[in-house]
Design a protein around this ligand. Structure first.
Ligand code: ADP
Ligand code: 5GP
Length: 220
């Protein structure tokens, strides 16, 4: 981190599978500079269109377990029968260099980060949590089926989990209803941008402008 650069902040996105988190994350990153996606580790098998190191770090169960044992995860959880985790290495260097980080993680992992990963935790930065809701059950079913990436049993498992996940919306700071993807991703971008303008995060910039004024007064 260069002297005076504010630390990046953490943005957690959770939603029932198929609500559109991946879509919103990609669009928001096109709209806002200085924000990056944390690539999770998972024991799930890659889907046809997924690439190792891009969508996820795909690892075997024993490799995942050894990362758990050596405290390499900021959070991890079992979701739909597989393990998923956010490694400290994906997040901490970015936060330290002033880059904001987006986490697409489930409600269990989000609760772990909210409890331990904020200002008091090893990240030493602000954590903002955003829950993405599908506009209706019908839309969720259509999106999961329309995505055409999961087998029928996996889709059923994801739909069965949806109600429990939606019930935890109250734990989050922000809610975005993903009705139209463009509007929803604009809203996500707006939340990220708004956080950057808070006075405490602008502190170094403010001090530098003020110093300039003091050095060059009376502005001739
Ligand atoms: P998640 O990452 O939450 O599992 P995805 O981003 O993969 O969800 O979205 C699931 C499917 O729904 C994808 O086919 C995606 O193109 C589609 N989708 C996402 N947002 C919308 C939207 N606002 N309206 C219609 N379809 C959407
Ligand atoms: P999918 O298999 O559809 O990519 O993701 C299934 C679920 O796992 C989603 O709810 C997603 O948010 C969650 N997930 C992805 N990565 C992580 C992670 O690193 N940690 C946790 N706790 N959940 C994750």
């Amino acid at each position: 981190m260069t002297a005076g650069t504010a630390r990046g902040e953490l943005f957690i996105l959770s939603a029932p599978s198929g609500a559109g988190k991946t879509t919103l994350v990609h669009r928001a990153m096109e709209l806002v500079d200085g924000v990056e996606f944390s690539i999770s580790h998972t024991t799930r098998r890659p889907r046809e269109n997924e690439k190792d190191g891009v969508d996820y770090h795909f690892v075997a169960r024993d490799a995942f377990a050894s990362m758990v044992a050596t405290n390499r995860f900021l959070e991890w959880a079992e979701v739909h029968g597989n393990s998923y985790g956010t490694s400290v290495d994906e997040v901490l260097p970015r936060i330290e260099s002033g880059t904001d980080v987006l986490l697409d993680i489930d409600v269990q992992g989000a609760a772990q980060v909210m409890a331990a990963g904020g200002a008091a935790g090893q990240l030493d930065t602000a954590v903002h949590s955003i829950f993405v809701m599908p506009p209706s059950p019908r839309a969720l079913v259509e999106r999961l089926r329309g995505r055409d990436l999961d087998e029928a049993p996996a889709i059923r498992q994801r739909l069965q989990g949806a109600l429990g996940e939606l019930g935890r919306v109250r734990e989050y700071d922000y809610v975005i209803v993903n009705d139209r993807a463009e509007a929803a991703s604009n809203t996500l971008a707006a939340i990220i941008l708004e956080k950057r303008q808070r006075r405490e995060r602008m502190r170094e910039r403010v001090l530098s402008v003020l110093a300039d004024f003091h050095a060059h007064g009376p502005f001739s």
